[in-house]
Design a binder for this molecule. Structure first.
Ligand SMILES: [Zn+2]
Length: 105
């Protein structure tokens, strides 16, 4: 399953839960309603983190300065500026920062 579909599925789920909660507002205990919203939010957060982890584990990046292919640290991966195909990373080989192209392992 592609990560985009996982996020899409989770987002649909959260919307469904929130609409259900809002629709049943008068009949449901507010504490239960708040709990459902929290659970739905947690599901979406887990889905996003899981998708990011999968993306991180399969991703390798090629340094534009020296051509070295490497896997960034998870922190660099999460914090770095990026586009769909490129990520601004520091190469462990030459120490230069550049827009590294993503290589699918
Ligand atoms: Zn390099």
């Amino acid at each position: 399953m592609k990560k985009a579909s996982v996020i899409g599925l989770a987002s649909s789920l959260i919307l469904l839960v929130i609409s259900a909660v809002l629709a049943e507002e008068k009949f449901i205990n507010p504490t239960v309603a708040a709990g459902l919203v929290v659970i739905a939010t947690v599901i979406v957060i887990i889905a996003v983190l899981w998708a990011a982890k999968t993306d991180y584990e399969t991703g390798r990046y090629e340094c534009r300065k020296c051509g070295h292919t490497f896997r960034p640290t998870y922190k660099a991966y999460l914090c770095g500026a990026h586009t769909l195909k490129k990520r601004y990373l520091k190469c462990p080989e030459c120490g230069e920062k550049s827009w590294c192209s993503r290589k699918t392992a």
